[in-house]
Design a protein around this ligand. Structure first.
Ligand code: NAD
Length: 419
């Protein structure tokens, strides 16, 4: 993984590339390239032994032209202000591409959660929720899970917010457990959009997903569920990995069994029904039909990209390619389907969760999955139409062109900046 690339600069480059294919003035574009505001806070939290530890935390509200800010909260030692800003920008364009009525936001705490007890994590999360309270709300900014956060943390944020506000407002956060107002189908939603996009991509390229070989980097929520659903489409998932390394089986791994093994042992490595083990770098350069990077941003730099042998890449993680790696893959005619489409299932079902919370009426899982499929397929069609009509050099630029257009339209229809 390359640590040298500033993810915020990557985002700005992507917006500039798209601007060549959109009718937008330089000043409006400049505004689109920066967050509206960023909260930076230091959480002083009591540990189990009575000591106090301080954690840096951020919330970036990038753009609210199309609706409330929306985006996850990440717990990771690598969280920085630049990363949170970039991730919040990607959310703006992701929501616009799939055409859901949200802007973009993102938050994070610089922490390795595995170093803390559950009660410490609860106090840390409630402290962050207290800091966030003035700037979030059902119609203002709606956080969600991201790396190393899930239903448990979302339930704590909701409870803290509702207690302080003396109300019930389940739509203040999404990714909650179903009994706390969460939607059915949310946990698997990102995996479903990965598989829907892979299916549509192979169809568009006149290839068969049934029997295709697939390598998946990262075996968390996005990676595992994506692997599971492409396996259900008939693909052979020949390699998967996590931060400890990769396992490979040419005939195809049983994705659910690998997940069970990881849940029991903490890692995919050592999975007994594999031909061999490998490094993450080896996985990324395997000769497969489809590569799914589903770990963290900048996983593939230019050096790795030169050795990538996959024909199609579906970006499940946010920003898994450095801009240089992106250029290398375009040069090599690798078809890269961009993150803002591939992993949009999570935010789309978050939107369904919020709709259900606001209406206090809950949908069946079947309805959730059907509505999700229809949104992802429509976005895929919008992207391909723009790609073919605009002459954009790659799918990512075309995706940003669709999204930037929609955000600019909303901004201009609102009369621009006022007063
Ligand atoms: P997660 O914490 O559930 O899983 C992350 C996985 O990546 C883990 O298996 C971890 O071991 C692995 N990993 C970490 N560093 C690695 C490395 N250097 N090499 C290989 N594997 C490594 O996180 P997640 O929710 O699956 O998110 C993964 C990516 O997908 C992130 O970029 C996230 O922003 C994006 N994403 C997730 C969702 C969602 O709904 N979960 C939605 C949209 C985007």
């Amino acid at each position: 993984m390359s640590d040298e690339v500033d993810p915020f600069e990557s985002l700005q480059e992507q917006i500039d590339d798209a601007a060549n294919y959109v009718d937008v003035s330089a000043d409006v574009l400049e505004r689109l390239k920066r967050p509206e505001r960023v909260l930076e806070t230091n959480l002083a939290v009591e540990m189990d032994d009575g000591s106090v530890e301080v954690f840096e935390a951020y919330r970036s509200q990038f753009n609210g032209d199309r609706g409330p800010y929306k985006g996850g909260i990440r717990y990771h030692p690598g969280v920085t202000r630049a990363e949170v800003k970039a991730l919040s920008g990607w959310m703006v364009f992701k929501c616009a591409l799939v055409n859901i009525p949200y802007g973009g936001g993102k938050g994070g705490i610089e922490i390795d959660p595995s170093d803390y007890s559950e009660s410490e994590l609860e106090r840390i999360t409630r402290s962050f929720a207290t800091e966030l309270r003035p700037i979030i709300g059902e119609d203002r900014d709606i956080p969600a899970p991201d790396v190393n956060t899930g239903q448990r943390e979302m339930n704590w944020v909701k409870d803290t917010y509702e207690t302080l506000e003396r109300t019930t407002a389940p739509g203040v956060i999404t990714g909650k457990a179903p009994d706390s107002g969460g939607s059915l189908g949310r946990v698997e939603a990102t995996g479903r959009s990965i598989a829907f996009t892979a299916r549509e991509a192979f169809d568009y390229l006149d290839r068969d997903i049934d029997g295709a070989s697939v390598a998946v980097q990262g075996y968390g929520n996005a990676g595992f569920n994506g692997a599971k659903f492409v396996e259900d489409l008939g693909a052979r998932v020949v390699a998967v990995s996590d931060s400890s390394g990769a396992v490979v089986r040419e005939d195809g791994l049983d994705t659910r069994a690998v997940k069970e093994f990881k849940s029991e042992t903490g890692s995919v490595t050592g999975y007994p029904d594999a031909d061999r083990e490998a490094t993450n770098e080896r996985l990324l350069t395997m000769d497969v039909d489809l590569l799914v990077p589903a770990a963290l941003e900048n996983a593939i730099d230019a050096d790795i990209a030169r050795d990538v042998a996959a024909d199609v890449v579906c970006e499940a993680a946010n920003g898994p390619l450095t801009p240089e790696a992106d250029d290398v893959l375009v040069e090599k005619d690798v078809h890269v389907f961009p993150d803002i489409l591939v992993n949009a299932g999570g935010v789309t079902v978050s939107y369904f969760e919020w709709v259900q919370n606001r209406g206090r009426f809950y949908w069946s899982e079947q309805r959730v999955n059907e509505e999700l499929e229809s949104i992802v397929v429509s976005a895929f069609e919008d992207l391909i139409e723009r790609y073919e009509a605009s002459g954009a050099p790659n799918l990512r630029t075309a995706a940003y062109a669709v999204a930037v257009d929609r955000v600019v339209d909303a901004y201009e229809q609102g009369g621009g900046d006022w007063p």
